[in-house]
Design a protein. Structure first.
Length: 249
């Protein structure tokens, strides 16, 4: 019965908000250049070791008919403190359980910097050719483009694009979508009919034109991007990217 209860507790931890107690890695789209965090693993080992010792001490206390020496109580108190400290560290830890592993990813060039894992470095010219017009498109809007694109990035941010294997080896559509995701956070939802959707449609249209891809004719598209003057098109596109960025502000 105890084993069943512990197993069910583990399932709840894994599926809930306290997965740090049972997860070691936390898969992303790519594990290139990444490793589990030593601090998280150490805290997990300390927590379960302390919890096991507390269970054994409780069993010994019960078997001894609730009569144990003071040193046993001191041991139980010290173990309880260790258990509480490690539990507190895990509960407050970053939900991403991975960190970059040095030397597995090599960086090339600037504006943008492209950082690839061993075995992927031959794709650097292909990526640079695909990213250059996207960076140029943002310069036309007087907006900053990400300075770096990395295969060991844990998430896309305004300064760093996350390169997954399918993005590295795939077509320009995947590269465009990855570039666009750097302007809004993963928590931002794009719901039909929302301002976020209109901003996304307008921003993607601008980028697609920049790399000579056929833009999507979406009903939410601002008509000024197709029929307006050059200053109007730039104004609409700039507002779209600023709107995406505001979602993650």
């Amino acid at each position: 019965m105890t084993a069943i209860a512990v197993f069910l507790a583990f399932l709840l931890l894994y599926a809930g908000d306290l997965s740090e107690f049972v997860m070691v890695g936390g898969a992303t789209s790519s594990l290139v250049g990444l490793r589990p965090k030593a601090g998280t693993q150490t805290s997990q080992v300390a927590f379960y070791l302390a919890a096991t010792l507390l269970a054994l001490l409780a069993g010994a206390w019960s078997a001894a008919l609730h009569r144990l020496s003071p040193r046993h109580f001191l041991a139980a108190a010290a173990t309880a403190v260790l258990c509480a400290l490690s539990a507190g560290h895990l509960a407050s830890a970053d939900p991403l359980h991975l960190e970059a592993r040095p030397a597995d990813v090599r960086c090339h060039g600037t504006r943008p910097e492209i950082c690839l894992g061993r075995g992927y470095t031959s794709y650097e010219p292909h990526l640079r050719a695909g990213l250059a017009p996207l960076v140029l498109a943002m310069a036309r809007l007087n907006l900053a483009a990400p300075a770096s694109f990395r295969q060991d990035a844990l998430r896309s941010t305004p300064s760093t694009g996350q390169l997954a294997p399918d993005t590295v080896t795939g077509d320009r559509e995947l590269l465009l979508d990855m570039f666009l995701r750097t302007y809004y956070g993963s928590d931002c939802t794009i719901e039909p009919g929302s301002i976020m959707e209109r901003n996304h449609v307008n921003a993607r249209y601008w980028l697609a034109e920049a790399v000579d891809l056929a833009p999507d004719e979406d009903p939410a598209l601002d008509p000024r991007l197709t029929t307006g003057t050059a200053p109007e098109r730039i104004s609409v596109a700039r507002a779209a990217f600023q709107g995406l960025a505001a979602c993650d502000a």
